[in-house]
Unconditional design. Structure first.
Length: 131
């Protein structure tokens, strides 16, 4: 059985780790889009669900709901723990903006799908122009 002082020490370590992750993300965010920052892999899952929720100002259950509705797919560790990437954080913020604009979750799914299709078409056009 864990003693009281050991439990407090563990909680302090978890809190410090969470604060360090948030600080790291905020410092990296000052440099523009995650994909534009050297050494930051925008699609690599690095943040736990509680840190991701805190970064975007949403609840942990909300993030789980968005995943269940197919609005995002965070990376999973071998132990099935969710890991959110800078891209996931940006997507969650975009979802929040759409919600504030009055779009419901079904509509948000459609908007995100259409945006992905538009991005793919733009990439194809750029490749054709370069050829």
């Amino acid at each position: 059985m864990m003693q009281h002082s050991e439990e407090i020490s563990r909680r302090d370590r978890v809190a410090r780790t969470r604060e360090e992750q948030i600080t790291t993300y905020e410092q990296a965010s000052n440099g523009g889009a995650a994909a534009d920052r050297p050494g930051v892999h925008a699609s690599r899952g690095v943040y736990g669900i509680s840190v991701a929720a805190e970064l975007v100002g949403m609840g942990v259950q909300t993030l789980r709901l968005y995943e269940a509705r197919g609005l995002l797919e965070p990376e999973r560790t071998a132990g099935r723990t969710r890991r959110y990437s800078p891209d996931d954080i940006d997507r969650l913020r975009h979802i929040g903006e759409l919600l504030e604009a009055g779009v419901n979750l079904a509509g948000i799914g459609m908007v995100l799908e259409l945006e992905a299709e538009l991005a793919a078409v733009r990439r194809q056009l750029q490749r054709k122009r370069r050829s």
